[in-house]
Ligand binder design. Structure first.
Ligand SMILES: NC(=O)c1ccc[n+]([C@@H]2O[C@H](COP(=O)([O-])OP(=O)(O)OC[C@H]3O[C@@H](n4cnc5c(N)ncnc54)[C@H](OP(=O)(O)O)[C@@H]3O)[C@@H](O)[C@H]2O)c1
Length: 361
């Protein structure tokens, strides 16, 4: 069976998703929504830098709602519950990296569940971090363990791979004085997704968490002016950040999710680095900056199990940032057949079967 897919937005994730749909033997791209006026009317292949594929991008939402399609891969910069409800009501399944990994209960969630039932459609939230490393992988590893007392999922990324100044400077607040970055919305914005991951792990492993999770925000500053893809980060301003969210039982952490974002490993105060886990043996090894980028998952249990995931970051810092978005895009693409086959409603990893990729055609 071939599933007919609409791609919603053609940013970095969206373009990687389109390439993934074209490479997937069970999927056919039949439509594409774009936000930018200058992309509307263009062949989707042209937007992605490949040959024309005969699918024209549009910003006409109603035309896409009326289109016969099985699934929408929904990757805009910000999620719109209103749009997702319209898509579900129109009978289209939705896979997305922008939320709903384990959304709990709220009036908005109830409205989405209603729309999904009316449209006989399914919504699934996925991704890498959150949406993979912080809940799917720990749950997979947990099946080899007993007496689990702690779960840690951690990202180590060179933030020079993120070339978008409006995000890195204005939202993440790199390059601002530490006192200003203290007011960053990032712990809240990121925390929405990561706290869903923590809740999913706790629910499945059997922890009843304290009502409040603990959030910690640490910073390092530049010891000299740093030349970066988002401009000069001035000495004394924020050049590295570490955010930690902890699920607690009686005040003690049982689940720890952490991101370490560094503008390189040199010229930081305190002198943060990617640490001892940086070595990357094997055929994909490479020399130079950024080689310590990775994700780690560790279970304190019998036996203690840990994995280090390489390959999800651009191998050369500052080049081909889109490589970092292939993973989250493909997790969406590969989920499509499973989500189309699922019962209506919001379905998480706890509801769906194992999601796998496909061999090259
Ligand atoms: N869970 C994960 O692991 C994970 C990983 C990576 C990214 N993400 C999320 O995925 C989303 C997309 O990331 P990205 O890297 O592709 O971002 P991006 O390159 O900035 O692209 C986002 C796209 O959103 C569209 N857009 C712009 N303004 C919009 C608006 N006002 N309303 C609706 N759409 C608008 C644009 O589409 P057009 O260009 O087509 O006009 C734009 O290209 C983000 O929310 C990001 O946080 C999640």
């Amino acid at each position: 069976m071939t599933y007919r897919v609409i791609q919603w937005a053609t940013g970095m994730v969206g373009q990687e998703s389109i390439l993934g749909v074209l490479a997937h033997p069970d999927l056919e791209l039949v439509g594409c929504w774009v936000h930018s006026a200058d992309k509307a009317g263009k062949d989707v292949g042209e937007i992605c830098g490949i040959d024309p594929i005969g699918v024209v991008a549009t910003n006409d939402v109603d035309a896409l709602l009326a289109l016969d399609a099985d699934c929408v891969i929904y990757t805009p910069v910000m999620a719109s519950t209103t749009t997702v409800i319209k898509l579900l009501e129109s009978g289209k399944n939705v896979v997305t990296p922008v939320g709903w990994i384990y959304p709990g209960e709220s009036p908005k969630v109830a409205a989405i569940e209603d729309a999904a039932r009316r449209g006989n459609a399914t919504l699934h939230g996925t991704g890498i971090n959150p949406g993979g490393i912080t809940e799917r992988l720990p749950l997979l590893l947990s099946s080899w363990c007993r007496n689990i007392t702690h779960v840690r999922a951690e990202e180590f990324s060179d933030i020079r791979n993120y070339p978008t100044a409006s995000v890195v400077r204005d939202v993440m607040m790199f390059g601002t004085p530490p006192e200003a970055a203290q007011t960053s919305p990032m712990p809240t914005i990121l925390g929405l997704g990561f706290c869903e991951s923590i809740d999913m792990i706790a629910a499945e492993l059997g922890w009843t968490l304290d009502a409040d999770k603990r959030t910690t925000h640490e910073m390092a500053t530049a010891t000299q002016d740093l030349d970066t893809p988002v401009g000069v980060i001035e000495a004394g301003t924020v050049a590295a950040q570490r955010f930690t969210w902890e699920g607690l039982v009686d005040g003690q952490p049982v689940i720890t999710v952490r991101v370490n974002w560094l503008m390189g490993e040199e010229h930081l105060e305190p002198a943060w680095t990617f640490g001892a886990g940086a070595a990357r043996p094997g055929p994909q090894d490479h020399e130079g900056e950024g080689r310590g980028q990775r994700f780690e998952v560790e279970l304190t249990a019998e036996p203690p199990v840990s994995v280090v995931v390489h390959g999800l970051h651009p191998p050369v810092v500052g080049q081909n940032p889109e490589i970092g978005l292939t993973g989250p895009a493909m997790h969406c693409v590969n989920a499509v057949p499973y989500v189309c086959a699922a019962e209506p409603g919001i379905k998480t990893y706890l509801d769906l079967p194992l999601i796998a990729g496909r061999a090259a055609v």
